[in-house]
Design a protein around this ligand. Structure first.
Ligand code: SF4
Length: 250
């Protein structure tokens, strides 16, 4: 549930008519239904597999992750299997993907969850997920939404860029205030059901990865252009980003 809003968050949300918010999500989901990439973690609601995919996707391109993900879940098919293995073996299966703190965190998380009950179950809410090792606000929202189909918001660098360009292009990119304001907006944009939220969140990330990218905004083929404050000002197409943004997930 949305927390109490700060005044600047309320002002931002109040400036965007409910019809415009609904239209944005509706167009986004319709586009995703037509064009989505077939990715292995989109075919499952297994919380453990969703978690592994989200950890691997931090700072790492999708194409690179697919092979690592499939090999990893074949070798460690459950949270229990991760917890039962020495940390060095989990690290070895992660080898080549980089950012090895992620494998250490996964191992610690698995040990914690397995020690708390059998069968081992990941918690379902973002708040409870955030109490686990290595789980920040983005990953908590992603697991709650993608595994449990909760109405949970999420913002990574791609989503933040899309929401800023569409609804608030005057906000400075990549500042803590912008991040906070856009989280509040992301919560307001969620559809009514968890199932539709799954699609909405996946579609937002897909749009940021394929259409409204850090380097170029491909407005000419964007499904939400009619309601986008940036795209409407640039009818002939490509909007260069102010900076080159590095993918970040927390
Ligand atoms: S219209 Fe352009 S700037 Fe707006 S979301 Fe689409 S690609 Fe991004």
């Amino acid at each position: 549930m949305p927390r109490n809003r700060k005044p600047d968050e309320k002002r931002l949300i109040a400036r965007i008519a409910p019809e415009r918010r609904h239209d944005f999500s509706r167009r986004l989901r319709a586009w995703f239904a037509r064009t989505q990439r077939d990715l292995p973690w989109r075919r499952t609601r297994d919380p453990y597999r969703v978690l592994v995919s989200e950890l691997m996707l931090q700072q790492t391109q999708v194409d690179r992750v697919i092979g690592f993900y499939e090999r990893f879940v074949a070798r460690f098919p459950t949270l229990e299997a991760v917890a039962a293995a020495p940390a060095a073996q989990v690290r070895e299966a992660w080898s080549g993907l980089g950012y090895y703190a992620r494998s250490r965190n996964l191992h610690s998380l698995a040990e914690r969850v397995v020690s708390e009950g059998s069968p081992a179950r990941l918690p379902e809410t973002p708040e409870a997920l955030r109490a686990l090792p290595g789980i920040g606000p983005y990953t908590a929202g992603a697991v709650a939404s993608f595994a449990f189909e909760k109405r949970a918001a999420l913002i990574d660098t791609n989503v933040e860029r899309v929401l800023r360009r569409v609804f608030a292009p005057s906000l400075a990119p990549k500042t803590p205030r912008t991040h906070r304001l856009l989280w509040a907006l992301a919560e307001e944009l969620l559809p009514r059901t968890g199932k539709a939220t799954w699609t909405h969140n996946q579609a937002l990330m897909e749009l940021g990865a394929l259409v409204c990218t850090a380097r170029v905004a491909h407005c000419e083929r964007c499904p939400v252009r009619s309601g986008c404050a940036t795209g409407r000002k640039h009818p002939s197409a490509k909007v260069p980003s102010r900076t080159t943004e590095v993918r970040r997930r927390t």
